[in-house]
Design a protein around this ligand. Sequence first.
Ligand SMILES: Cc1cc2nc3c(=O)[nH]c(=O)nc-3n(C[C@H](O)[C@H](O)[C@H](O)COP(=O)(O)OP(=O)(O)OC[C@H]3O[C@@H](n4cnc5c(N)ncnc54)[C@H](O)[C@@H]3O)c2cc1C
Ligand code: FES
Length: 271
Amino acid sequence: MRANPRFVGGRILRNVGHGIFYRMEVAVPDRVEFVPGQFAMVSGWPGNDPLLPRPLAIFRSGGTRVSGTVEFVYKVVGRGTALLSGLHEGDPLSITLPLGNGFRLDDPDRTWWLAGGGVGFSTVFPAGMALSQGRSDFEMFLGARTREQLPPRDWTPGGNVPGRVHLCTDDGTAGFHGTVGAALRARLEALKPPEAGRLSILACGPREMLREIAETAGSRGVPAQVSLENHMACGFGVCWGCVTEVREGDGTAYRRVCKEGPVFDAREVVW
Ligand SMILES: Cc1cc2nc3c(=O)[nH]c(=O)nc-3n(C[C@H](O)[C@H](O)[C@H](O)COP(=O)(O)OP(=O)(O)OC[C@H]3O[C@@H](n4cnc5c(N)ncnc54)[C@H](O)[C@@H]3O)c2cc1C
Ligand code: FES
């Protein structure tokens, strides 16, 4: 059953940099149940500047029935994430979670391809962990500008299984020389119709990458779910500051990424 969003006061257990990423583990009052792809609104700075919390994917949760932990992975891109990166063990953190609609992983007989561009891996790795636990068949496409900007291998679900993880770099310093979208397209074009018929794609990353994956998947009739990362203000459906255009009937409509998303059927999104 889907958990209702709630506000919790957390306390940082660890907040450690790994290359360009930070991984933060937070103690929370009780165990957090979440669907991969759901997110939290997080703030940890004193006062009201910046005013708004920042959305981060829920990377992992743990604990017992009476106490919990939750983990986030983030990249510093501006003021909010820079402030988060300066927090230490014992500092308080305000968190609202779990928010939004995550990935639908309910068909055990499918083959899954998970695509993460940049820090988008933090949204698809939890899906990989869930698929691993369910013994489902999946492969991972991970893209970054350079080798140094790829996620650590030991964070990658199935990272040690030969052939499971396809690395892509814009500068060719690791794996496929090119984008995740191009690697995925090349591999999909090589699949025979029965194999493509069993495939489902999950993706998170820059919008251009998601658009390319949506187009490629659509051309082979492969279902794809994309997690959008629009700017957010409230995070729970009140301000309409995060909308995206979707197809509806003969026309289009707007959907709130924080409430109806962040995961959408790729065919639905107006790119
Ligand atoms: C549902 C969801 C889940 C997310 N999960 C993660 C996560 O797990 N890890 C992570 O590192 N980031 C994640 N993000 C993105 C993260 O929320 C932003 O990077 C963060 O809010 C930036 O805040 P800031 O104050 O550091 O930067 P700001 O000062 O707000 O912005 C700095 C720069 O980053 C750009 N920027 C800000 N927000 C976004 C965004 N959403 N997408 C693209 N560019 C943006 C701005 O245009 C600006 O150029 C997620 C976003 C959403 C909507
Ligand atoms: S961020 Fe306010 S409605 Fe989505």
